[in-house]
Design a protein around this ligand. Structure first.
Ligand code: ATP
Length: 310
């Protein structure tokens, strides 16, 4: 099994002022972005914002007009072989033979890469939770299973970076969560960094540790997501209380602050109930509780001037 990639924090992908022009049109405008190791990293943007173009450049299908993309420190333009050997990708629909079993498909693909032993095929089948159906014809697979078989194929050579273009397309929330869980496991076991594109914020929130948001070829934000949903993430909560200073002392150093006579606590969903209990037990009157942190969706709408992501 592989060790996790390189030095902690060393980016697996580095976009260095990447520009792509096609004809007179600038499709990507100076993209500078680091993708940290060991994450499921989302690349989010509305249709036509430049996601596929970026992925095509990352996989060497298109050359940048200016700037460079480094994969594990190797330039995709100047050191293509070294860089691409670290990449597994599903860019368009993975080529699968429906009349063959999942296993035969993987064998077929492994044969093209001389260095993939049988044990590795068995391992990726386990990683992607396909062992019970791997001898069945691919034509009988659900979309989610086909996606997972595609991932299994793409990781046969143990890439450090797995790139998936819109992998959640057509999957239901359950299918998205399953895919996410398998990708997380892959990240944990092999240190693989996963780069996924999507135009759906809600799906990225289910799937990713961090999202980079692009619009019209420009990076507009990079944001860590802290949990499955906003309610599980840390949120700022304002408690309207009768004695704010005294209330603040119930929360350790740095855990709260006073703003406009209200006690502000940064916590998660469970923490809100707990904080409320603590206040009431200390005899402090609580007149109101309000969440201050807006959802990523609200923030996204604000950043894009109210334009919708889908
Ligand atoms: N070969 C090309 N020639 C001219 N324009 C192109 C070409 N390829 C892409 N574009 C344009 O570049 C922009 C970005 O396209 P791209 O496919 O990268 O976006 P995307 O974010 O992946 O969108 P989608 O989710 O719809 O696939 C679009 O306006 C598209 O029309």
């Amino acid at each position: 099994m592989n060790e996790t990639s390189g030095i902690v924090g060393e980016p697996v992908v580095r976009f260095n002022n990447v520009v792509k022009r096609i004809g007179r049109k600038t499709i990507i405008e100076g993209l500078t972005l680091d993708v940290p190791p060991g994450q499921v990293f989302g690349f989010l943007g509305p249709n036509g914002s430049g996601k596929t173009t970026t992925i095509r450049m990352m996989t060497g299908l298109m050359a940048p007009s200016a700037g460079d993309i480094l994969v594990c420190g190797r330039s995709i333009t100047r050191e293509f072989e070294q860089a691409i050997s670290q990449v597994g990708a599903i860019v368009e629909n993975p080529e699968m033979y429906g009349f063959l079993s999942g296993y035969r498909n993987l064998q077929q693909y492994a044969r093209m890469r001389a260095d993939v032993p049988k044990e590795r095929i068995d391992e990726v089948v386990r990683f992607m939770g396909l062992e019970h159906r791997i001898r069945d014809k691919v034509s009988t697979y659900s979309l989610g299973m086909r996606q997972r078989l595609g991932v299994a194929q793409a990781i046969l050579h143990r890439p450090k970076l797995l790139i998936l273009d819109e992998p959640t397309n057509g999957l239901d929330p359950q299918g998205i969560r399953e895919l996410r869980d398998y990708l997380r496991e892959l990240t944990r076991l092999e240190g693989t960094t996963v780069f996924v594109s999507s135009h759906l914020l809600s799906e990225m929130e289910l799937m990713c540790d961090t999202v980079a948001i692009i619009q019209a070829g420009r990076l507009i934000d990079v944001r860590e997501l802290h949990g499955e949903t906003d309610l599980e993430a840390a949120v700022e909560v304002a408690f309207e209380v009768d004695r704010p200073e005294e209330a603040l002392r119930l929360f350790g150093d740095g855990a709260g602050e006073i703003r406009e006579s209200r006690l502000i606590v940064k916590t998660n969903r469970e923490g809100i109930a707990e904080a409320n209990r603590r206040l009431v037990q200390a005899g402090i009157a609580v007149y109101g509780i309000r969440m201050l942190t807006r959802s990523l969706e609200d923030q996204f709408l604000e950043m894009t001037g109210g334009g919708h992501i889908v």
